[in-house]
Ligand binder design. Structure first.
Ligand code: SF4
Length: 445
C-alpha cells in the first residue's frame, strides 16, 4: 500500500456515500492542474540554488506487487522479470544521480529516505542491498532521521528483515490493512492474517526503531464487529505507530471497473460517516492505551522519539522522488514522472529527465499548499507560519477559519489552530475550503 506518492482528493464533495474518486489529500494543487507542456520547468528549477537551510528528502518508488488489490489505483506491475527489475533499479539510480549533481540539490543530505510503492519489500535481499548501497554512494544517508520501507507481510522473511535493518531502515511500514481473512480476500490482498503475524514477530526480532502498521477502515465486507476485532488485534501487536486510512474507490481501481460493468454509480463501500466513526473509535482505543495522535491518520506510542516523514512533506521540504510515476517537489515546483514502465526507462536511457508533468506554484499557492497540508496534523502554530510567509493565516483565511470555528470543527487559541476530532476525521474534505476556486473541482489522480 503506497502512502507517499501524493494522491489528492477528487472533489470537495459533501456527499455522504462513497462515490468514485480519491479522498486523501497529500498535495496541492490537484494533479489535473499539472501540465506536460510545463515539464521543462523542472530542468530550470534544478539549475537554481535552494532556499538556504531548506531541508530535503528522498523518495524511491518500487512499483512491483505480488497481486493487485481491488481498491488500488497505483501504477503497479505484477509480472516483471528479475532482469526488468534490475533495469528499473538501475534507471532509478541514474535519475537520483542526476538530481544529486544538480544545483538545486546543492550537496544536501536527506532528512528522510522513503521507499514506497507498490511493494518495496517485493525486492530480493540482493536487490535491496545493491540498491541501497548504490543510493548511499550517490547521496549519503548518515544524517537521515528516518528511513522508511513499506512492506507487504507476505513478502517478508526473517533474512529479508535483517537485511533491511542492516541497510539502515529505521521505520518498517507494514501494510496489514485488516486482520480478517474474509476481508483481505474480498479486497484482493495478497496476504492473509497468518502471514501478518509471522512477519510481525520476525520484524520485532529484527529490532527496527519503529514498526508502523497500516489499516484501512471500510474495506469491502467491513462490519462493526470485524473492524473492532481488527483494531483490538492490532493493539495487541503493540506497534510503535498505526496509520488508519479511510477506504476510497478510486478511478482505475478494480472496484470501479466492476461498478462500471454493473452500470451503477453506487459503490459497495460504507458511507463516509460510518468510516469516520470507525476511525474515531480506533483512535479512542489507541489513545486509551497511551498512543498520541500526530495526524489525521496516524498515532504513535512516543512522539518524542518519532520523526515522521510527513512532517517534512507538510512543511514544504524539497522531495526528490525517483521512479515511474513518482511525485516530487523542488523549491516550489511539483513534478510527476512518466507513468509507464518502458517510457520511463527509455527517457533515462536517452539521458533525459523522465518528467511527465509539472506545476510551478505561485507564492499564494505555496502558502495554501503548506497551510492545508500542515492542518492534516490537526494543530498549526500561527506565529512560525506567519513568520515564514509574512502573512498571518487569520488574515489570509479569516472567513474560512471563522466558519470552521462556528461549525465546531476548529478552534483558535494559544497561538494555534486546533482541529476538533470531528474536524480531524474529515480534514481532507475541509481543506478544500482553502483551495483557489479553480482547484476545487476536477479529477486529482
Ligand atoms: S499492495 Fe495493493 S494497494 Fe499497495 S500498491 Fe500493491 S496493489 Fe496497490
Amino acid at each position: 500500500m503506497s502512502t507517499i506518492s501524493l494522491p489528492v482528493a477528487t472533489t470537495p464533495s459533501q456527499e455522504k456515500s462513497t462515490k468514485v474518486g480519491n479522498y486523501f489529500v497529500a498535495n496541492y494543487p490537484p494533479f489535473g492542474a499539472w501540465k506536460p507542456e510545463d515539464a521543462p520547468l523542472l530542468g530550470d528549477v534544478l539549475s537554481r540554488r535552494p532556499v538556504p537551510g531548506a531541508p530535503l528528502g528522498i523518495y524511491a518508488h518500487i512499483p512491483f506487487c505480488r497481486k493487485r488489490c481491488h481498491f488500488c489505483y497505483f501504477r503497479v506491475y505484477t509480472d516483471k522479470k528479475s532482469s526488468e527489475i534490475r533495469a528499473y533499479l538501475a534507471a532509478m539510480l541514474r535519475e537520483l544521480d542526476h538530481y544529486a549533481k544538480s544545483d538545486a540539490f546543492a550537496g544536501r543530505k536527506p532528512l528522510f529516505v522513503y521507499f514506497g510503492g507498490g511493494t518495496p519489500s517485493y525486492l530480493s535481499i540482493e536487490q535491496i542491498r545493491s540498491l541501497t548501497d548504490s543510493m548511499k554512494a550517490i547521496v549519503p544517508w548518515d544524517a537521515a532521521q528516518e528511513v522508511t520501507f513499506e512492506a507487504e507481510p507476505g513478502t517478508l522473511q526473517p533474512g529479508k528483515l535483517l537485511a533491511l535493518r542492516d541497510v539502515g531502515v529505521t521505520r518498517l511500514s507494514l501494510g496489514i490493512e485488516h486482520l480478517d481473512d474474509a476481508v483481505l480476500e474480498a479486497n484482493g490482498r495478497a496476504h492473509r492474517s497468518r502471514e501478518v503475524y509471522g512477519a510481525y514477530e520476525a520484524a520485532k526480532s529484527a529490532n527496527f526503531s519503529h514498526i508502523n502498521v497500516d489499516l484501512i477502515a471500510g474495506m469491502l465486507e467491513e462490519t462493526d464487529e470485524r473492524w473492532r476485532e481488527t483494531v483490538a488485534k492490532t493493539l495487541a501487536l503493540a506497534p510503535d505507530g498505526v496509520t488508519i486510512y479511510q477506504m476510497e474507490v478510486p478511478y482505475n481501481s478494480a472496484i470501479y471497473q466492476r461498478m462500471k460493468e454493473a452500470g451503477t454509480l453506487n459503490s459497495p463501500v460504507a458511507d463516509w460517516e460510518t468510516k469516520r466513526r470507525w476511525v474515531a473509535e480506533a483512535f479512542q482505543v489507541f489513545e486509551a492505551a497511551g498512543y498520541t495522535v500526530v495526524s489525521a491518520t496516524t498515532l504513535v506510542k512516543d512522539p518524542s522519539k518519532t520523526y515522521f516523514y510527513r512532517q517534512g512533506l507538510f512543511n514544504g521540504t524539497d522531495l526528490f522522488s525517483v521512479g515511474v510515476s513518482s511525485f516530487g517537489y523542488v523549491n516550489g515546483v511539483n513534478y510527476q514522472n512518466q507513468h509507464d514502465f518502458q517510457p520511463y526507462l527509455d527517457r533515462i536511457d536517452a539521458g533525459k529527465l523522465p518528467t511527465h508533468r509539472v506545476y510551478s506554484l505561485s507564492d499564494e499557492e505555496r502558502y495554501i499548499r503548506e497551510f492545508a497540508l500542515q492542518l492534516k496534523a490537526g494543530t498549526l502554530h500561527l506565529a512560525p507560519f506567519a513568520a515564514k510567509f509574512g502573512v498571518d493565516p487569520r488574515v489570509q483565511f479569516g472567513e474560512v477559519l471563522s466558519a470552521w470555528t462556528r461549525r465546531g470543527v476548529a478552534s483558535i487559541q494559544d497561538g494555534r489552530i486546533q482541529l476538533s476530532r470531528e474536524g480531524l476525521m474529515q480534514v481532507d474534505r475541509l481543506i478544500f475550503d482553502l483551495f483557489l476556486p479553480q482547484h476545487r473541482v476536477g479529477r486529482f489522480s
